[in-house]
Design a protein around this ligand. Structure first.
Ligand SMILES: [Zn+2]
Length: 150
């Protein structure tokens, strides 16, 4: 990580449009300004968790320069459901500074297996395309937010 970075922006996110699935690069500064898809004009809500799958996961992680937090969960998992409101809250709180995402481990088994997800929920924070932090078990909002801090 460079300390002399002169980029005017604080980073960017590269995410698929939820409507047409075209890829969009969104500067951090625009993340809270109601960003829209450059191809179809649909809203790309970055203040709520973005759902990733086996197809979109790698590119979002590799191409986004903001930290990406992924909640590996499943619909049948009680603790995941308990934690979901805190994940939603974190997405609202970190729009523009980080991307909060969710990966359904049943719908995206390849990615879950690749990251050796044994228990859910498991939360992984990626920085610069690499795993930086990992924690398993349901966490309250404060603990989730702390994972995005230093
Ligand atoms: Zn679109």
């Amino acid at each position: 990580m460079s300390t002399t970075q002169s980029d005017a922006t604080a980073g960017s996110l590269t995410v698929p449009c939820p409507s047409c699935h075209k890829w969009n690069r969104i500067d951090a500064a625009r993340a809270t300004a109601g960003p829209k898809c450059g191809a179809c004009g649909a809203a790309i809500p970055l203040d709520q968790p973005m759902h990733l799958d086996d197809t979109s996961f790698d590119r979002v992680i590799a191409a986004s320069t903001l930290p990406v937090m992924v909640d590996f969960y499943a619909d049948w998992c009680g603790p995941c459901k308990m934690m979901a409101p805190a994940v939603d809250q974190l997405a609202r709180a970190s729009a523009g500074t980080a991307l909060v995402a969710k990966l359904d481990t049943e719908a995206a088994p390849r990615t879950a297996q690749r990251f050796n997800i044994r228990g859910i929920p498991t939360v992984i924070v990626f920085r610069g395309g690499r795993e930086a932090k990992r924690q398993s078990g349901a966490m309250p909002f404060g603990a989730l937010r702390a994972m995005l801090g230093d």
